[in-house]
Design a protein. Structure first.
Ligand code: 3PY
Length: 248
């Protein structure tokens, strides 16, 4: 059976009570009953607001990060059980902005994925190479290493994760991998999941990295692209809705 695509918005550190209200109402009004799974990853302070607005709707709530620790003296961290309290269904782990600006290692990302799974939250494990790594011909090796760290820790639960391929050079730059470049890496990840999981067919591999209303249809038409993780375009309801329509 063809799996439903997943379109997840990553708002990053954007929003306000007023702006979130307007955006989510417009998305809900326009999405109707979407033909794909839809989620929005909101900043942690707005989880309660988004939970209330999305209640009973087909749009799932997502978080942008989770602590690798369960609880305790970790100032500023947000634990998986806290996300669970707000009905969070998906949580990004290892976004390149976290790896780059917060020094998150492969091991930390794997621990975060494990915490999310243990709380019944689907981790969206982000992997991707820098431009220097691509130019050095290391793309496949880098994404395999990043995914392997997670597979090693979560074991058979790997069938419950979502993988997001986000080439670092395409994040927030307006540059997008061509559909062929993205498909090539997705196929590498698919093969790795096939070797690691008893139910590899269920694992969705979504593409992120400046996916927008203009390029979504072509990217989503690739055989191994099962959805999108959408940055800037998820902050504009008409654009986000066009991407959702392209994934239906
Ligand atoms: C982007 O598209 O810029 C993203 O980082 C999505 O997560």
């Amino acid at each position: 059976m063809r799996k439903k695509k997943l379109i997840a918005g990553n708002w990053k550190m954007n929003g306000s009570l007023a702006a979130n209200d307007a955006l989510l109402r417009a998305v809900l009004a326009g999405a109707g009953l979407p033909g794909c799974d839809v989620a929005v990853a909101v900043p942690a302070p707005y989880l309660a607001q988004a939970q209330a607005l999305l209640a009973g709707s087909p749009v799932a709530l997502a978080a942008q990060d989770v602590s690798q620790h369960a609880a305790g003296a970790f100032t500023g961290e947000v634990g998986a059980a806290m996300l669970q309290d707000f009905g969070v269904r998906y949580c990004l782990v290892g976004h390149s902005e976290r790896r780059q600006y917060h020094g998150e290692t492969d091991a930390a990302v794997a621990a975060k994925a494990q915490r999310a799974l243990a709380a019944g939250i689907t981790p969206v494990v982000c992997v991707g190479e820098t431009l220097a790594e691509r130019d050095a011909g290391q793309t496949a090796a880098v994404v395999r290493r990043q995914l392997a760290a997670v597979v090693h820790v979560v074991g058979h639960c790997v069938s419950e994760i979502v993988v997001a391929y986000e080439p670092v050079w395409a994040i927030g730059t307006g540059q997008t991998a061509t559909p062929a470049q993205a498909q090539e890496v997705h196929a590498v990840l698919r093969a790795q999941l096939q070797a690691a999981s008893a139910q590899p067919a269920g694992v969705r591999i979504v593409y992120g990295g400046s996916m927008n209303a203009a390029n979504a249809a072509e990217l989503l038409a690739q055989p191994d692209i099962d959805g999108g993780l959408i940055g800037g375009a998820s902050l504009k309801a008409p654009d986000f809705l066009r991407i959702i329509a392209a994934a239906a």
